[in-house]
Each structure stands twice: as C-alpha cells, then as structure tokens.
Design a protein around this ligand. Structure first.
Ligand code: ZN
Length: 342
C-alpha cells in the first residue's frame, strides 16, 4: 500500500461532518466504474461504517488513523451535544487571573485511610478503579459532603505531556481524577443530573528520581490489564496513599466544569491541587504499555483544554500563597520601619 495512506488528512476519505460516523472511499483508480465496482462500493461503505461505529462513539486524537477513523475530541459533540457546551473541562488555569477565595478552606477527608480491595480495569479509554462509597470529602468550599465513586488517570506517551488540565500552559505527565458524588445519590447517572452533583479531585504528577512505592499495587497490576476490558484484583490500597499528605493539599484551584469524556456533562465542581504526586519515569512509562481496543498503545489519553468562556477560576488561601503574602507583609512592614524617621 502507498505510504500516503497514512498522511493526514486522509486523502481517500470523506468524513461526514454532521453524523457520528465516517466513511472511507477506495481511491478512484478508474473514472468509469465496472458493474463489479458498483456492487462492491456499497459493501465497502457498509464495512467502513461498521468499523467507525464499532470503534465507539469517541476516541482520543492518538487513536485516529485513516484506517481507523473515529470521533476525535473536536468531534465529540457528534457523540454528545454537551461536549460543545460553554462550561467544558479541562481548562488551562492562568494563575494570575485566579481569584483568591477565603471560603476555599482545607478539605476534610473521611475514611481516605480505609484500605480496600478492588478491581482495576482497562476500560478502553483509561484505567479505572471503582472504590467503596465509604471515603468522603467535605469542606474545601464544597456545598455538601461528597463520597468517592471511582478513580482513573490520564497520561501522555512514555512519560511525555499527558495531563488534561494545564497550569499557565504547563502540561504535566499524568493526572489523577478521584470522582465523587453528593452523598445522597447512589449512582453517578443520577448525580450528573444535578449541576453540582459531582466533585472531582484532580492531581498532577511529576517525574521523581526514585519510584513511589505507594503506587506499587497499581503499577504492578498494569501488566495484567494490557488489553481492553482486562481487569485484575488490586493489592489492598487506600485513597490516602495515592495523594499528597493533607498539609500538602491546602493549595488548590476551583472552577465549575464538565466530565472530560463524552457525555461531557456540565455537573462537576473541579478541584485541582497545586502539589504534584511524584512518580519515577519507569512508573509513568508503565501506563503506555496498556492497549486501546484496536491493540495500539494507550497513550495521549487526554482531552485538549477547552475555552474558559465567562468562568472565573478561584484559588484557595493555602499555605504556599499565605506564606508569600506573609512575606510581602513583612517586607512592607520592614520597608515602612526603615523609612520612618526616629
Ligand atoms: Zn478523568
């Protein structure tokens, strides 16, 4: 086959912009079609149609090839209208435009230390772990108590840029999402019908020189779930062991947005913690060993940042920010003291 088959945009393909399907045509080698070609074309179209439909309603940019066309993030609105909404996630946080909000106090984590045995699954888009609905969060400027439902991750290619949210344009190698719903609900579907029904805690990762032993249960399970729908039992873990210590979670950003995968429901109170979680390069690379449904490496599992539109991003009055303002106050006092005549 000619090399240009893999060029983008696909030369022999037409994407039907208004549907969630795509159709690829064979190259027009003859201007006049034989009777056989006239018969074959609809069959080919039908088969491509099936491929596109079977590929699922959506995919990440890294999954798209001319042979395997699917709805990339720019076309997720074909999978669900919500994805073209005004208040979508992820976003880039421009820190100098964030507004400090005194109500964004430290979170209260309950049962985050609780050790549980659960299954880790390759769901074709990510790795996901369902958690017992025992761990809860409150405070942190949240309107009520939310209970943990599941966590999953978004990553790049072999430790390259892969977070969904970015901070001042910086994309971290990976991002953890711990998904919570209001305590009164029993399932996420119901919670998503409430505009504040879901609270997601987002954590970034940074490359460290040594491996993070607290992540061993997850990293070692990955080799058993390389294929889509693969699942295995996770060695006992707690949510607390996956995230920074409580005193390192007082600095965070807050905004209202959506799920970052279709249906893109705008029902999420987002919290993005400033302090990243350390993982070694080898640990980060282990995620790139997973496979999408078509057998290709599961990499680049992030949605590009979405327009902020008229939203405001708030920041907590955390220790890092407090320390800098205390320093500023001290500097002003010193300056005033020095300039005052005796
Ligand atoms: Zn996510």
């Amino acid at each position: 086959m000619p090399i240009d088959k893999y060029e983008t945009p696909c030369k022999n393909a037409i994407t039907l912009a208004k549907t969630s399907h795509c159709v690829a045509f064979p190259p027009p080698t003859h201007t006049r079609r034989s009777r056989m070609q006239r018969l074959v074309l609809p069959v080919l179209l039908a088969s491509f149609w099936t491929i596109c439909t079977e590929a699922g309603d959506w995919c990440y940019q890294s999954q798209f090839t001319c042979d395997h066309q699917c709805n990339v993030p720019e076309k997720w609105n074909h999978a669900n209208d919500n994805c073209a909404g005004k208040y979508q996630s992820p976003i880039n946080v421009v820190t100098r435009k964030t507004l400090k909000d005194e109500r964004l106090t430290p979170f209260k984590f309950d049962n985050y230390q609780e050790i549980f045995r659960e299954t880790i699954k390759n769901n074709g888009h990510s790795v996901q772990v369902g958690v017992p609905h025992l761990s809860t969060i409150s405070g942190g400027g949240l309107p009520t108590t939310y209970k943990a439902v599941q966590f999953h991750l978004h990553w790049g290619n072999n430790g390259g840029p892969g977070s969904e949210h970015t901070i001042d344009g910086e994309q971290y190698p990976m991002e953890l999402h711990i998904v919570h719903m209001k305590q009164q609900y029993t399932d996420l579907t119901t919670a998503l019908s409430d505009p504040e029904g879901v609270a997601v805690l987002g954590f970034f990762y940074q490359v460290s020189n040594s491996g993070n032993r607290k992540y061993d249960p997850i990293i070692s399970a990955l080799k058993n779930i390389k294929t889509t729908n693969g699942n295995t039992s996770l060695n006992p873990i707690s949510l607390a062991q996956l995230i920074p210590s409580e005193q390192n979670m007082t600095s965070y950003y807050r905004y209202k947005g959506s799920l970052t995968t279709p249906g893109c429901t705008e029902a999420v109170i987002w919290t993005l913690f400033e302090n990243p979680i350390p993982l070694s390069m080898d640990q980060l690379r282990a995620f790139s060993e997973l496979k999408f449904q078509d057998g290709k490496a599961m990499v680049g599992t992030f949605r590009p940042v979405q327009p902020l539109n008229d939203r405001q991003v708030f920041r907590s009055g955390g220790t890092a920010i407090l320390a800098s303002s205390a320093f500023l106050v001290a500097a002003i006092v010193t300056a005033l003291g020095l300039s005052q005549p005796n």
